[in-house]
Design a protein around this ligand. Structure first.
Ligand code: AP5
Length: 218
């Protein structure tokens, strides 16, 4: 199965994506994480991408498409693939359709998580993520057992540099202008689009995603 997790910053794509990949046979492609890894490595791509990310702008399509193409060539996963943070523009969506088409595959379900802007800003301000396993916490609603430390592996939790309030406002505006049209793109080409109310608690959202994907539970 091929799935896109779509939604504004802070809506819970990462939180729910981690649940999905805890199931056997599921792989998650997270363009935000791939970019952050490139930034940490100081690669040419990372240096270029960082300029856009710190301001909350999208990284240019050609860089992202090359990154995903590379990843898909190397991963050669025959199992279930969930795309988190990609595609974010109509150009990226068309390219992904072509990449899957070459493999004789297509997008099965597009899960769109929705939530109010105010909730998104509050969630992002409290977010802390594990630098190793990717588990996502929230200092207000889902704190780790030990402050600043991941429950799973004891790694340090990080506060992302693009989570400053003014950058978040930019990211929300760009989601509306650049990424929402991707939903219409998938509707136009006849993909199954499931809209889920992401204002609900994490467990309820998880249940609704499981139902949308026809999974018994996640
Ligand atoms: P990326 O890393 O993809 O960030 P994003 O899409 O802005 O999404 P977030 O990671 O901020 O939020 P999320 O939806 O995963 O929420 P989370 O689960 O963490 O991209 C970063 C940057 O990279 C972009 O701005 C861009 O520059 C660049 N980029 C990446 N992909 C690109 C692409 N394809 N093209 C161009 N540029 C690209 O949850 C947030 C918080 O809320 C957590 O603390 C969590 O605990 C809490 N929470 C989650 N769900 C709930 C709930 N139901 N109730 C209460 N709290 C909740």
């Amino acid at each position: 199965m091929h799935v896109v997790l779509l939604g504004p910053p802070g809506v819970g794509k990462g939180t729910q994506g981690v649940f999905l990949t805890s199931l056997p046979g599921w792989t998650r492609i997270v363009t935000g994480d791939l970019l952050r890894d490139s930034v940490a490595l100081g690669s040419n791509l990372g240096l270029e991408a960082e300029k856009y990310m710190t301001q909350g702008h999208l990284v240019p399509d050609e860089l992202i498409i090359a990154l995903v193409r590379d990843y898909m060539t190397n991963c050669q996963s025959e199992g279930n693939l969930v795309f988190d943070g990609f595609p974010r523009t109509e150009v990226q969506a068309c390219e992904l359709t072509k990449m899957l088409g070459l493999l004789g595959k297509s997008m099965d379900t597009v899960v769109v998580l929705e939530a109010k802007d105010q909730a998104l800003v509050e969630r992002i301000s409290g977010r802390r993520s594990c630098s190793d396993c990717g588990e996502v916490y929230n200092v207000h609603t889902y704190p780790p057992e030990k402050s600043g430390i991941c429950n799973n592996d004891g790694s340090a939790l990080v506060h992302r540099t693009d989570d400053q309030p003014e950058t978040v406002v930019n990211r929300l505006a760009i989601y509306k202008s650049e990424t929402e049209p991707v939903i219409q793109y998938y509707e136009r080409i006849g993909s199954r689009v499931c809209r889920i109310d992401g204002n609900q608690d994490v467990g309820q959202v998880r249940t609704l995603i499981a139902q949308a994907l026809g999974l018994e539970k996640i």
